[in-house]
Design a protein. Sequence first.
Length: 94
Amino acid sequence: MSGFVSETAVDAFDVRVQTDTELPVCRLMLPEVFATGTPFSLIAVSAAPKRYLGVAVIQDVSSKRGRAWRLRLHVVPPYRRRGVGRRLLDAVVA
């Protein structure tokens, strides 16, 4: 099937801090993370049409033993293996 373009193809997308209106989307992707509050999260959004592709959430899990962070990453299944997770991870590290 050469030349076949999937409906889930993603040419351009942005990775940015989620807005307050996008918080429900992040909650749907990683509900267990948002059960105890609102952690810092980055979201991957395609340009046109607007689609939410994935989310990366960073939680402070420090204790008296030391400082620690937990990263949770979720990419919507149809958009996996297209660089979305890599871009989210790169944005977390930057």
